[in-house]
Design a protein. Structure first.
Length: 308
């Protein structure tokens, strides 16, 4: 399966998406002159603008018409858009308030939830070694209460909202551009109303902002749309287990930035917590490789017997 072109393409899309998300906190530091809700507003608004152009050129009108007549899929996209918006807002606030390290932890936890959903919803198989790896990850997650001195609600909220978003998108199985356009279209009335209210009350930063600030605000659509398109391409090609595994690229970059670039404290208990999670990831990752080696050995045994 790993040699299948669609699978390889899915891995490439997933790597591009998660690396982009890992670096995204750098952009939110640059837009820290706005409140998190205003940043969310403009992420939605400018993402709609970009995906509208993409949909017009890349998606057939018959597909658009068919989707907008399908109430079940529209309801599913509305639900997924709510989880996506919640995830965006929590992450923006976490970065702005100096909680990037805990936000990174949330995306370490997310693969655990994605794999669990894959087993429960899609009946995906999990080996004993993989299960053992997930147990180690769960122990690391449990240690976070001691690392942060409280229940890590930011991490748990980010993990839960994004895992459910990934599940919704996989169940809907829609073209990436069309799905993202529809999600932002469903959210934009709320975002636009709030953004206009901020401008009217003098709290907005777009209409009266400098060209530099306006460019950064419009750029929110770019840095939002492109990774999501990569993610949608990956979700349509990979099983949830593989998709969940690739998610570790994102938090690894996030945690590195939080400690090295933003100067957030990283204590011994933090180190033990993340070490347990990384060990669990290593065990989980080795499981498919060990299974392939066992299968190759079993296949080779009759050949060796004939040579004797």
């Amino acid at each position: 399966m790993s040699r299948h072109p669609a699978y390889r393409a899915g891995l490439g899309f997933a790597a591009a998406a998660y690396l982009s998300w890992g670096l995204m906190s750098l952009y939110f530091h640059a837009t820290a002159f706005m409140s998190p809700p205003e940043v969310l507003d403009h992420r939605i608004i400018w993402s709609l603008v970009l995906t509208a152009f993409g949909t017009a050129f890349l998606v057939r009108r018959s597909e658009i018409s068919l989707l907008f007549r399908n109430r079940r899929k529209l309801a599913g996209l509305f639900i997924s858009s709510l989880f996506l918006a919640a995830n965006w807002l929590i992450f923006i606030w976490a970065v702005a308030s100096g909680q990037a390290l805990e936000a990174g932890l949330g995306y370490f936890i997310c693969p655990l939830l994605s794999v669990t959903l894959g087993v429960l919803v899609f009946k995906e198989r999990m080996t004993r070694i993989q299960f053992g790896g997930l147990i180690i990850v769960a122990i690391g997650v449990a240690m976070t209460t001691f690392a942060f001195g409280r229940l890590p609600w930011i991490a748990l909220s980010l993990a839960g909202t994004f895992a459910i978003y990934g599940l919704c998108r996989k169940m809907l199985r829609l073209p990436a551009m069309l799905a993202l356009f529809t999600e932002t279209a469903l959210l934009v009335p709320f975002a636009l109303a709030h953004a206009l209210w901020l401008e009217k009350t003098g709290q907005g930063h777009f209409l009266m902002g400098s060209r530099h600030d306006q460019s950064l605000i419009i750029g929110l659509g770019v840095i939002t749309t492109i990774p999501l398109l990569f993610f949608a391409g990956a979700a349509n090609r990979l099983d949830l287990t593989s998709l969940g595994l690739m998610q570790y690229l994102n938090p690894t970059v996030q945690v590195s930035l939080a400690v090295l670039a933003y100067g957030e404290p990283f204590t011994l208990i933090h180190g033990l917590t993340f070490a347990a999670i990384w060990v669990g990831l290593a065990v989980f990752s080795l499981a498919p490789w060990l299974r392939r080696r066992q299968n190759a050995h079993r296949t080779a045994e009759p050949v060796l017997g004939l040579d004797n």
